[in-house]
Design a protein around this ligand. Structure first.
Ligand SMILES: Cc1cn([C@H]2C[C@H](O)[C@@H](COP(=O)(O)OP(=O)(O)O[C@H]3O[C@H](C)C(=O)[C@H](O)[C@H]3O)O2)c(=O)[nH]c1=O
Length: 181
């Protein structure tokens, strides 16, 4: 497993070791001991999520307020996405900064974002299936969104058409008007 730093120190890109052979491949998608040895951080995941989306879907930017803030370990097992983490920690020196990385079934890459980040992704393939672990349970009453195209964030989404959004995402406020952790 390789841990690759990103522009925001707490956001990590992970490349698992892939064991290929004539049958296909095997990889450990998460290993608690290896994670703690390599990142120096302990983490406990309590929920596994799985979403399927068609090309052009953009889900996000989502986060949960305290006490339900979620760290997320995201991977794409079918297709290809552009995955984004936005620092929404008010006292962070990188507040409002974002990290974007391509995750795909072919590159096996994973993106880790600790609690305090909004998360979203854009689907670049005909279909994408995204699996992600979270460090806190889903709490709808604490679920919040920031608009994906907030000019203050200026996320450089690799769009070639208007994205397909949920009603919640269509109505999301800019970060300046959002209720932040
Ligand atoms: C997130 C979640 C949703 N749900 C139910 C609630 C709704 O009836 C349905 C769809 O939920 P939603 O439209 O919020 O799903 P996404 O737009 O994919 O939301 C996710 O998108 C971004 C990318 C995230 O990082 C978050 O995990 C999450 O906000 O699943 C649950 O039962 N449990 C859950 O953990």
């Amino acid at each position: 497993m390789k841990i690759i730093p990103t522009e925001i120190p707490d956001v990590l890109l992970i490349e698992p070791q892939v064991f290929g052979d004539a049958r296909g491949f095997f990889l450990e998608s998460f290993n608690q001991r290896r994670w703690e040895d390599m990142t120096g951080q302990s983490v406990v995941f309590v929920q596994d999520n799985h979403s399927r989306s068609v090309r052009g879907v953009l889900r996000g930017l989502h986060y949960q307020l305290p006490p339900a803030e979620q760290g997320k370990l995201v991977r794409c097992v079918v297709g290809r996405i552009f995955d984004v983490a936005v620092d929404i920690r008010k006292n962070s020196p990188t507040f409002g900064r974002w990290v974007g990385r391509y995750l795909s079934a072919d590159n096996f890459r994973q993106l880790w974002m600790p609690p305090g980040f909004a998360h979203g992704f854009l689907v670049l393939s005909e279909r994408a299936e995204v699996l992600y672990k979270t460090t806190a349970y889903y709490a709808p009453e604490h679920d919040r969104a920031i608009r994906w195209d907030d000019p203050e964030l200026a996320i450089d989404w690799p769009l070639d058409a208007a994205p397909k959004l949920s009603e919640k995402d269509r109505l999301a406020p800019p970060i300046a008007e959002a209720e932040l952790p």
